[in-house]
Design a protein around this ligand. Structure first.
Ligand code: PPS
Length: 308
């Protein structure tokens, strides 16, 4: 696959999708979850890899150093709905999850809540959902699509923003996604809903909350090690977490671990785009929706960084 053969979006049960996430649909929907499986749910680019690595280290950080040094994160935490059968990569998320030797299994998904295979609910599996504020989320998705040939052609920034507002990106509307999972949380108690911004503000506090949800009690030393390993720069320099071996990505265009900041949207949105976005946001997000922060104290202020 190259830039000339990027996939096209199509409507899939009311959600925009691309075929690498629907080709294996029967196996996805019939996937047999186990009671101790942990599902990590996100809209794309909301901090999936970050939280996946936190959980992987909390559970398996004490295992052999070989595992940490040789097994990329996408093999430790299978991407449930993904099917890659091109180039050097032969991968179905369901196949990989079935073969995972670890217990619990950590499984990643970007599916909107209504598409989650029913066995996860039947088995009362624990789920961790990570949400990121819409403005930084769309910026991150835009750069990801620029550098990933397995994604649709993003076009220019302004047209990309319009597609985001219309829900015309793979996995559909960000608004429906974060609201759908939020609503589910009101009736499904085994769901921990967390925010990228909180993790960026105080990683230790958010790890404590995760541990309390999961019933884990790492020693102070283990926790300090996890906190150090999951720092942005360490993950960016770690070939097991930076996706540098992925044949679909062109790191000359952008990086998978790109900036890792709250507030980078300020370097992308024009004043007019921001006004349109805020107006639309108010319409789509009602009072009962999750509350997002588009800036936090210790991160980017406008024009502090370059575009990419
Ligand atoms: S994917 O492809 O959907 O699984 O991508 P995902 O992992 O959800 O999101 C990638 C963005 O998360 C940022 N990231 C981090 N930020 C801060 N700290 C750490 N440790 C970290 N790890 C990943 C990553 O840089 C992408 O965001 P942007 O804004 O593009 O940099």
């Amino acid at each position: 696959m190259d830039s000339a053969s990027r996939p096209k979006l199509f409507d899939f049960h009311g959600v925009s999708m691309i075929n690498i996430f629907t080709d294996n649909w029967e196996a996805i929907q019939n996937f047999q979850a186990r009671p101790d499986d942990i599902l990590i749910g996100t809209y794309p680019k909301a901090g999936t890899t970050w939280v996946s690595y936190v959980l992987d280290l909390l559970y398996f950080g004490q295992m052999s150093p070989e595992r940490l040094n040789t097994l990329p994160i996408h093999e430790r935490v299978p991407f449930l709905e993904a099917t890659y059968q091109n180039m050097d990569l032969e991968y179905t998320g369901t196949g990989l999850a079935d073969k995972l030797p670890t217990s619990p299994r950590l499984i990643k998904t970007h599916l909107p809540v209504q598409f989650v295979p029913k066995s996860f609910w039947e088995q009362n599996c624990r789920m961790v959902y990570v949400a990121r504020n819409a403005k930084d989320n769309v910026v991150s998705y835009f750069h990801f699509e620029r550098m990933t040939f397995a994604q649709p052609e993003p076009g220019d920034w302004n047209s990309y923003l319009q597609k985001f507002l219309a829900g015309k990106l793979a996995f559909g509307s960000w608004y429906d996604h974060v609201n759908g999972w939020w609503k589910k949380k009101q009736t499904y108690s085994n769901l921990h809903y967390m925010f990228y911004e909180d993790l960026a503000e105080d990683t230790g506090r958010e790890i404590d909350k995760l541990c309390s949800f999961l019933g884990l009690s790492p020693s102070a030393e283990e926790k300090a090690r996890v906190m150090s390993e999951v720092k942005f720069d360490n993950m960016k320099n770690n070939v097991m977490t930076n996706y540098s071996t992925n044949p679909y990505m062109d790191f000359k265009i952008s990086s998978f671990m790109r900036k890792g900041k709250v507030g980078d949207w300020k370097n992308h949105f024009t004043v007019a785009q921001n006004e349109e976005f805020d107006k639309d946001f108010k319409k789509k997000m009602k009072d009962s929706a999750p509350q997002f922060r588009t800036e936090i104290g210790n991160q980017i202020t406008a024009n502090q960084t370059v575009f990419i």
